[in-house]
Write a protein that binds this ligand. Structure first.
Ligand SMILES: Nc1ncnc2c1ncn2[C@@H]1O[C@H](COP(=O)(O)OP(=O)(O)OP(=O)(O)O)[C@@H](O)[C@H]1O
Ligand SMILES: [Mg+2]
Length: 346
């Protein structure tokens, strides 16, 4: 059907469009942006809400650690962001790719070129019958890179990650730490924008996991790839500038670390913990705070000029004060009884 244009129609429509854009919720800027991300697993009538409205933004070039109890949703998040799994609802974008609407072909291409992945199990990252260099060259074959270029890039990557000496050896002749460093080289073969690693040091001892972690840092600093690493290792998470904690399928707190130089020229490392405020204004209070002040069910919020006060519910506070008074009175009575008895028990 032809569209009849009214002389003023275009302007009206432009105005409506402008207003619609202005009214739409603005997406955070970042290389990785998750907004209200939900992943529900259903099997045999049982529903598991692995992600329950998770918000996360990672800037280009950042290296962050993701921590959280077992079952909190860390691997589910990485599975979605790396294009292996599809979210149930919410928003997830990586380097401009919308992970909810992405079609099969685009998803395959995304997994080959935009992201790299390192698993915890060393055996899962490498093909056992190929040498280290051949393992690194394999993803480049899929991407259609020339053979001479493949060999040169594989050697550069292995050298950068201090495993150049392993290039002609198969995985079974490498240590666990060497295998993981080769795996980081494989994951970076096609110059991905983001590298995801799910507990890459989980099977290694402390000294070896330090080397693997150093290789991840190297990839971040020298290749410019953004890194998101899931870890249980506090020593690892302390080495990055930002650690995000997941609790029950949501980001709950973030620790930001900074290095500042004092007036005396001495470098001071500081770490500050922040609660995560989601797009709807929700935040999770730490358990130790709610227990100490007996915050339960209802709290009163008071807006001050530069902060928000969270107060125990007045009724609950009064009930607790009464209970305390009653228990003090009982103690006083007991003490009187003991005094009246003249300490006969002793
Ligand atoms: N394929 C699946 N089918 C059903 N439930 C699943 C599936 N994958 C994960 N879950 C459930 O989703 C929740 C989150 O699991 P996930 O593997 O993401 O946790 P995690 O934080 O990686 O834990 P861990 O530290 O033990 O690796 C758990 O309750 C888990 O049992
Ligand atoms: Mg996991």
């Amino acid at each position: 059907m032809p569209v009849h244009e009214h002389p003023t129609g275009a302007t009206d429509l432009d105005e409506l469009r402008r207003r619609a854009v202005a009214a739409a919720p603005r997406r955070e800027a970042g290389l990785v942006v998750c907004e209200n991300l939900v992943r529900i697993y259903r099997s045999e009538g049982v529903e598991v809400q692995a992600l329950q409205g998770l918000d996360l933004t990672v800037a280009e070039g950042e290296m962050i650690a993701v921590v959280g109890a077992s079952g909190s949703g860390k691997s589910t998040l990485l599975g979605i962001l790396s294009g292996q799994d599809v979210p149930t609802a919410g928003g997830a974008e990586v380097a401009g790719h919308d992970l909810l609407t992405m079609k099969r072909r685009a998803r395959l291409d995304y997994r080959r070129r935009t992201v790299g992945f390192v698993w915890q199990q060393t055996s899962r990252n490498l093909l056992p019958y190929l040498s280290a260099a051949e393992n690194v060259m394999l993803p480049m074959t899929y991407a259609g890179i020339r053979r001479s270029r493949r060999r040169a890039r594989a050697e550069e990557l292995l050298d950068l990650l201090s495993v150049g000496h392993c290039r002609d050896r198969t995985p079974d002749t490498l240590s666990g730490g060497e295998q993981q460093r080769v795996a980081i080289a494989v994951a970076n073969a096609n110059e991905p924008r983001v590298l995801f690693a799910d507990e890459p040091t989980g099977e290694l001892d402390t000294a070896t996991s330090d080397e693997v972690f150093a290789a991840l840092r190297r990839a971040n600093e020298e290749l410019g790839v953004t890194v998101v690493v899931v870890t249980h290792d506090a020593l690892v998470s302390e080495q990055v500038q930002r650690t995000v904690r997941i609790r029950d399928g949501r980001t709950s707190t973030e620790v930001l670390r900074r290095v500042a130089t004092g007036e005396d020229g001495v470098e001071v490392r500081t770490a500050q913990e922040y609660a995560v405020l989601d797009g709807s204004g929700r935040l999770q209070l730490p358990g130790e705070f709610t227990e100490r002040l007996h915050l339960r069910k209802r709290v009163r919020l008071v807006l001050e000029s530069d902060h928000v006060g969270v107060w125990p519910d007045e009724a609950a506070r009064r009930a607790r004060a009464q209970a305390q008074e009653a228990s003090d009175a009982q103690e006083a009575l007991d003490a009187q009884d003991v005094a009246a008895g003249g300490g006969s028990g002793r």
